[in-house]
Design a protein around this ligand. Sequence first.
Ligand code: TRP
Length: 476
Amino acid sequence: MVAATHQTSEGWSSRWAFILAAIGAAVGLGNVWRFPTLAGENGGGAFVLFYIGCVVLIGLPLVLSEILVGRAGRSDAVGSTRNVAAASGRSSRWAVLGWVEIITAFLIVSFYSVVAGWVFYYVGVMGVDFFGALASGDPFASAFQGEAAETVQGRLGGLLGNPWMLIAMHVVFMGVTFWVVASGVHDGIEKAAIWLMPAFFVLLIGITIYGAVVGDMTETLAFMFQPDFSRLTAQAMNEALGQALFSMSLGSAALMTYGAYVSRETKLAPTAAMIAFADTGVAIIAGLMIFPIVFAVGLDPAAGPTLVFQSLPVAFQQMPAGSLIGFLFFVLIFFAALTSSISLLEGPTSWGINERGWSRGKSAGIFAFCAFLIGVLCALGYNILSDVRPLGFWNIFAEADILDTVDGFTGKVMLPVAALLTAIFVGWRADKKLVENESGLEGAMFGVWRFLVAWVSPIAVGLILVFGLFPGLVPQ
Ligand code: TRP
């Protein structure tokens, strides 16, 4: 441990509590909504394989790096990077890494809560449908009986066009997130993870088995695992690496902040491996859960972001027990989103506590409220402010509405910058002995890991940053 100021006194009650909370952070809308969307749009197989390569060679090494900085520094993201820099005889300006991560987390939670609000709305819609079926004595009915497919699909448009409904759902979601974070590491974050994550896994496995039985698994397996490398464009690689960072919650303060609450005895390397493995496993299983249902009723896997909100409800309309399964499906996504938003808010909150001396409730309240306001703008971007293009002067964001701009800017700019800085900091600037002791890796394993952090990650992330920002440079 490094001697320094502003250290946290909070901690997990066990190694498992930490693992579940970190998996809860990692597993979210990114796995069940964004990953299947991107895999679908980018042709499946080759994208999935490339994604797995990114996870192993870049994501996993960086997961260990971030947790390690957190535990060595024992503070919020800013404090921990500053402490580790000081212990390594480096400039306190390295705290900028922590700053980038905290601002990124703050911006992500603002729009994440809006999208999670849609999920919450669908929990309600499907819930009404299911409990109606239950009341009429047919719990295994298919969903939305007697409704035209256009009506079912039209719900998303109806929701997006209704600012009050969007904001109401966003308020509820941000409110619950705030309440959990304000309750503390032990009584809030940990309890939420311990209840929600096992429930999530049960639902995930259950719905996947359902899909395998009533859906088209053969076509799904071919789609997801038969690589057609001609579909693996530079653009697709770019998206895969960006998605790997987002999905593992890298570059957005979560792992550093959670790392600070980990006890000295916990071995970090196997823990980091479990987090990366679980996150990737869930993304792949989510594909195996969604696509059989999509293929069974002949829908387009490349539908894009509306796949989950528009295509699937139509599929549930044609499937046995679609009403029940549809309801459980959105409950599942809701749980995943909630444990993620909790850790997104915890990063900035921990900064307020350690660096500003605020109480936990005050810090969580300030950040939740400010993120809520930005989220309101994102929500209004679908209706009243639908003409607004915040970064319209920048060609890659020229078409992006408010939510897409915040999403795109954090994903394409801030996450890669944070990952790049992490790799340079841990790979080159932090004291090698300190890093080695803290990682728990020895000999050749340490050498391999350090090579991945110091060389592979910065080069790969640097490339996506450049190609992501200047798509014109991408070789076609
Ligand atoms: N990993 C989350 C998901 O897949 C999203 C996310 C990105 C996140 N950065 C984070 C969650 C930081 C918690 C903390 O949905």
